[in-house]
Write a protein that binds this ligand. Structure first.
Ligand code: SS9
Ligand code: ZN
Length: 343
């Protein structure tokens, strides 16, 4: 399996993260992606290539232009006003306020960003552009005939919506890849999201469409981030009615206590959709030792996930999402890919 990777992601390194009222080292570190790519090399998964430059056009297929323009320019605006500290919003247009894009950077940050955990730093745009390039280069390899390809992106992307960033995600790389596959002539693309967290951004982007099926297995959002989407009754709207499937899991769920069954259900739905190809939002924060996850998958379960996905016999683009147990993120992610290759 081909892997696409750029070390430009290292340009972004958030200083700290506010968790439970305390500043702690940020969970999305450059080391996560370094460990993943080192593991890909160590097990000899296949060739590793750097991405082709694609600019912003592919991202504009799933995000608004004012949003991408904001991401591109927010740091220079913030830096001019506030200096070197990371740009983090502290006020949001919550339910009873108005949907108005402010003029000032502090207001615009809250307008486009839904949490306080997704800072914009000097290197954020460089990292995000590299992620767009990686996702597109991977999708293109699939389109040219590769059976499977791994987009080793950092940061995750599945929380990012058309005009919203949160949860360490700025641009939705899985959505960019899925849309690119549609734009290149595939009639139906399925997205399977196995990250611990619900892929609220991917769901939002494709919610009213029947050409992209979104299926997500995640920790129940009545209990965990991102809270405000990801519930079982969200099935799609308009043309997209019936093309969104959420399979929330109780905290503590492991392979034999529900996860394997949910995966089977997800695969059956995808099979019935008869897609031309598959994008997998590959998060491994479902790991039993993940510091921010409360599901209970073990290392050996990840190969089983890969094998099960392979049974669909679809051209498959894996796009890296979360996984914050830094010592195991490479092992677990690559186990999925090896499981896929072995089946
Ligand atoms: C947990 C806070 C969650 C966001 C997590 C985003 C993960 C993306 N206390 N913060 S895969
Ligand atoms: Zn996650």
């Amino acid at each position: 399996m081909l892997t696409v990777y750029s070390d430009a992601h290292q340009a972004h390194h958030a200083k700290q993260e506010l968790i439970g009222g305390q500043f702690q080292p940020a969970f999305d570190t450059p080391q996560r992606a370094v460990n993943i790519i080192e593991r890909v090399a160590e097990v000899g998964l296949g060739r590793i290539v750097t991405p082709e430059a694609h600019g912003t056009a592919p991202a504009l297929r799933v995000h608004s232009s004012r949003f991408i323009e904001f991401l591109r320019t927010a740091w220079s605006e913030w830096h001019a006003k506030k200096g070197d500290s990371d740009a983090i919003p502290l006020i949001w247009p919550s339910r009873t306020l108005r949907d108005i894009e402010p003029r000032d950077i502090e207001g615009r940050l809250g307008y486009f960003c839904a949490d306080a955990g997704t800072p914009i730093t000097a290197g954020t745009w460089k990292m995000v552009q590299a992620g767009i390039d990686v996702a597109c280069t991977a999708a293109d390899a699939l389109q040219r005939g590769d059976r499977a390809v791994f987009a080793a992106t950092r940061p995750p992307g599945h929380h990012a919506g058309k005009e919203l960033f949160l949860g360490y995600c700025y641009v939705n790389f899985a959505a960019v890849a899925a849309q690119r596959l549609i734009d290149q002539g595939n009639r139906r693309v399925a997205v399977l999201d196995v990250d611990y967290h619900h892929g609220n951004g991917t769901q939002e982007i494709f919610y009213d469409r029947s050409d992209v099926l979104f299926v997500s297995i995640h920790a129940d959002t009545r209990d965990v981030f991102p809270f405000f989407l990801g519930h079982a009754d969200e099935t799609g709207t308009a043309d997209g009615e019936g093309f969104n499937l959420n399979l929330p899991q109780a905290l503590g769920t492991g392979w034999n206590s529900g996860y394997a069954q949910a995966l089977q259900q997800a695969l059956e739905r995808i099979e019935a959709f008869r897609p031309d190809c598959l994008v997998v939002s590959l998060g491994v924060d479902t790991y039993e030792l993940d510091p921010i996850g409360q599901l209970a998958l073990r290392c050996e379960d990840y190969a089983e996930i890969g094998k099960s996905i392979r049974s669909l016999a679809l051209p498959t683009c894996f796009v890296m999402e979360g996984g914050y147990m830094v010592d195991h993120v490479g092992i677990n992610a690559v186990e999925v890919l090896r499981g896929y290759e072995s089946a």
